[in-house]
Design a protein. Structure first.
Length: 534
């Protein structure tokens, strides 16, 4: 008989004692080695190219096996990583970069300046920050095997910030970086602190990462994604355990050490176990939002997008997804909650409970005529699945022919690539998340661009907004950027490329024997982690 999560919690609270979920997995004959860490991410890895695919799990993979020229520290300040020394000319147009000693690919060949140049060019076609940089690049050339130069047509004061910002500029071998960015690199050969173990890869089951014995860490202490990437275990295994109850049971029994996204309704169970700990690794929180396909009906019409904006009752969605108010809060600013650029411009659409009648009116004005609206529902992400169901119900109430397209997250990630109509396998809406902190960086945040087919999934095209966003990198003072942020937000909420569902704080769950995890927005660094066995 399967025990429901809520019955387990109810039983524990009534008894006033800790609850332990009976182990569903076969017990290990012996405890795990201190040199091996087993983890469960929020989805299984299916795409291995972090430039081709921006999914969070793929970014974790990229961070493990590749290295970066620069990296943000814990205060989001850019620091050299693969770069040893760099300089800029007096006219601020020529940047010279010299690689540090000891950089080698996993196949034991040296990393060269040519690898870096090819990687920059490939990344520059995909990343919003990269596109901004490449629009100003006159030339990128090699001086010698360890040195390369970026020459600009005009100064770009945030160049180093861009090189250190998401989407991360992962350095690949030249031959891999020459693969078009709309095609996947599959070699998994990097120069980072972990090596992908091809022989132990079990697609759909688990992926294994071994400590890269060739890797030479920087001498500085680890600080955010910067500093020395010192690997303190021999092996990390990402297990695929999609059933939440089974995963928590495995965590309690010691069969796994870490769970990236434990279900909210099982947090009391985890909190009651003295061997387990809950931690929020991204204190800035995350943003949950809806993305609409602006190329296809009905959301190619601004009135239909506005209807969705008015329809959403943020508190209802947040409560459905995260249960306890201590884990969520509403959000109205395009620039996130509590950032330097958070503001209240043009937020009249926000209303407690939403505004169903206003949404119905706007939908009618859009000329909607009953075409199907396909909502991509990730069945292996509990919060995303619940939100999708609530959205479908809300749309049905105002006369929308809403349909759920259920699949795992990998299926969502694959289908959202399609720009065509739903009858050709396309989509209308999907739900996703990102770090709240990235909302303060519209010049590099890919989801905040609205430059049509170059934009992120949904491909909004708002020319007035883009003209304002183009000014952002040139403005030097915070006060001027705050004024610009208000103008950008006003325009954006008139056009609506994203519908906010709110901010949340998702804790990770770990065994107390696993320590020294690095907390950063968006990604999970695997270096620095320690495992202590009593």
């Amino acid at each position: 008989m399967r025990i429901s999560r809520r019955e387990l919690i109810k039983t524990g609270l009534a008894a006033g004692a800790a609850v332990s979920i009976p182990s569903i997995l076969k017990a290990q004959a012996a405890p795990l080695e201190a040199t091996t860490v087993r983890m469960v991410n929020y989805s299984i890895l299916q795409s291995f190219d972090p430039i081709f695919n921006w999914d969070g799990v793929t970014q974790d993979h990229g961070l493990a096996i590749y290295d970066t020229l620069f990296a943000p520290d814990s205060k989001m300040r850019p620091q050299p990583q693969m770069v040893d020394k760099w300089s800029v000319s007096d006219d601020r147009k020529t940047y010279t970069f010299e690689l540090r000693d000891g950089l080698k690919w996993h196949d034991d060949t040296p990393v060269t300046a040519a690898d870096c140049i090819a990687s920059i060019r490939r990344w520059g076609k995909q990343s919003v920050g990269g596109q901004l940089l490449m629009e100003r690049v006159k030339d990128i050339s090699k001086k010698d095997d360890k040195t390369f130069v970026i020459i600009l047509n005009e100064p770009l004061g945030i160049l180093i910030d861009i090189l250190a910002s998401p989407l991360y500029l992962y350095i690949m071998r030249e031959r891999d970086a020459e693969v078009p960015p709309n095609e996947q690199v599959t070699g998994n050969i990097g120069s980072g602190p972990f090596e992908f173990n091809h022989s132990l890869a079990k697609p759909g089951v688990s992926f294994t990462y071994d400590r890269n014995k060739r890797y030479v860490p920087r001498k500085e202490l680890a600080d955010g994604l910067a500093g020395g990437k010192v690997v303190r275990v021999d092996r990390i295994i990402w297990e695929n355990i999609r059933d939440d109850q089974t995963a928590v049971a495995a965590l309690q029994s010691g069969e796994i050490d870490f769970m990236r996204s434990p279900p909210i309704d099982l947090l009391p169970v985890i909190e009651s176990d003295p061997e387990l700990s809950l931690d929020v690794l991204d204190p800035s929180g995350e943003v949950m939002y809806l993305r609409m396909n602006c190329l296809q009906k009905p959301f190619n019409n601004v009135k239909a997008r506005q209807a969705l904006l008015h329809l959403v009752d943020q508190e209802a969605f947040l409560q459905m997804a995260f249960v306890d108010p201590k884990y969520y809060r509403t959000m109205t600013s395009l620039f996130g909650n509590g950032t330097l650029y958070t503001n209240d411009e043009n937020i009249g659409w926000f209303k407690k409970g939403g505004d169903q009648e206003k949404a119905r009116q706007l939908l009618k004005e859009s000329g909607y005529s009953g075409e199907p609206v396909i909502i991509l529902q990730p069945t292996d992400w509990v919060q995303g699945s619940s939100v999708s169901e609530l959205l479908a119900a809300a749309l049905l109430k105002i006369g929308v022919n809403a349909e759920l397209a259920a699949s795992d997250w990998a299926g969502v990630a694959a289908r959202r690539e399609k720009k065509g109509p739903v009858e050709e396998g396309g989509w209308s809406i999907f739900c996703t998340t990102e770090s709240n902190s990235t909302r303060a960086n519209p010049h590099v945040n890919v989801t905040m661009a609205a430059n049509g087919e170059k934009a992120w999934y949904g491909w909004p095209k708002f020319d007035e907004y883009e003209a304002l966003r183009a000014k952002w990198p040139m403005i030097e003072t915070i006060e001027e950027r705050q004024a610009l942020a208000r103008r950008m937000q006003k325009t954006y909420w008139d056009e609506v490329g994203t519908v906010l569902l709110g901010q949340f704080f998702q804790p990770i769950a770990r065994r107390r024997s696993l320590t020294d995890l690095i907390g950063m927005p968006e990604v999970l660094p695997l270096w620095n982690v320690r495992k202590v066995v009593a």
